[in-house]
Design a protein around this ligand. Structure first.
Ligand code: IPE
Ligand code: IPE
Ligand code: MG
Length: 258
């Protein structure tokens, strides 16, 4: 079944739970291309096409915030030509698909060390955010030049500036304050993080925000990750017992605390 047909199914919400805030690590483009004896750039292109499908599916499922990992602070270590292809694709994506994102009511925001990106990319980010500001169905947050550790450093530095200016004392610093100085403090922590391609690691994605996220890994490579995979993730998520360090739902209901 081709990707489009796969993603055009009717939307069945029986037995699934749709998270308000979802994170997706879009991994596996290189392996997808290698399997087809294509250059890695073809995998990145197929991955970008699939992001459009994911947006559509998440929007229709009623996800409010979708955060996708598109380029990490560590991805600069790839060969120069791969990095420049990824930057080019980034620009192309928003030129090509903004009308569709608009049709779906999707607001676009960027998370990451945006100041550290080339000028043309910073412009795409600023224009994309400004253009989509009044769309209300779903927020697409593109983590680009993003690293969870760098985000925490950024938060701590801005708090330290307030301490230095005498506006705060070190004792005022708590978890809430660190959260409120992250890149997009109004975006809720993701309840669920999906990683296609089988790797069982965070790769520096949402380290602070994902402290208690449920994690779901799929062997499907990102460019092939479609409606059925998303539904399977939401079905699995429906059966999770989120304890946050406490007791299970069943134990709490039974009042069995001995
Ligand atoms: C994800 O796919 C895209 C980025 C990291 C930018 P990869 O390029 O990491 O694909 P694999 O992991 O090599 O298959
Ligand atoms: C994570 O994938 C980053 C993105 C998907 C943007 P990587 O392919 O860079 O992660 P590692 O190197 O396998 O941990
Ligand atoms: Mg990878």
């Amino acid at each position: 079944m081709d990707l489009k047909a796969k993603n055009d199914r009717s939307y069945d919400t029986d037995g699934i739970k749709v998270p308000v805030s979802l994170g997706v690590i879009m991994d596996g483009n290189g392996r997808w291309a290698r399997k087809r004896l294509l250059p890695r750039s073809a995998g990145h292109r197929a991955g970008a096409e699939n992001l459009k499908e994911l947006c559509r599916n998440c929007g229709r499922y009623g996800v409010s915030y979708l955060t996708v990992y598109a380029f990490s602070t560590e991805n600069w270590s790839r060969p120069d030509n791969e990095v420049s292809q990824l930057m080019k694709l980034f620009v192309e994506f928003f030129e090509k698909y903004d009308p569709e994102l608009e049709q779906e009511g999707i607001r676009v925001r960027f998370s990451g060390d945006i100041a550290g990106l080339p000028e043309n990319i910073r412009r795409v980010c600023a224009e994309g955010e400004a253009r989509s500001m009044n769309r209300t169905k779903m927020q697409l947050i593109v983590a680009f030049n993003y690293g969870g550790r760098r985000e925490i450093v950024h938060s701590v530095q801005s708090i330290a500036r307030d301490v230095k200016a005498g506006l705060l004392s070190p004792e005022d610093i708590d978890e809430k304050m660190i959260s409120s100085h992250l890149y997009l403090p109004d975006v809720p922590d993701p309840e669920l993080i999906i990683r296609p391609s089988g790797e069982m690691r965070m790769s520096n994605f949402l380290l602070w925000e994902g402290a208690y996220s449920e994690f779901w890994v799929s062997d499907t490579l990102w460019p092939d990750f479609g409606y059925d995979d998303l539904t399977e993730a939401f079905r699995d998520y429906a059966g999770r017992d989120r304890r946050f360090g406490g007791l299970s739902k069943k134990e709490t209901e039974e009042g069995n605390c001995q």
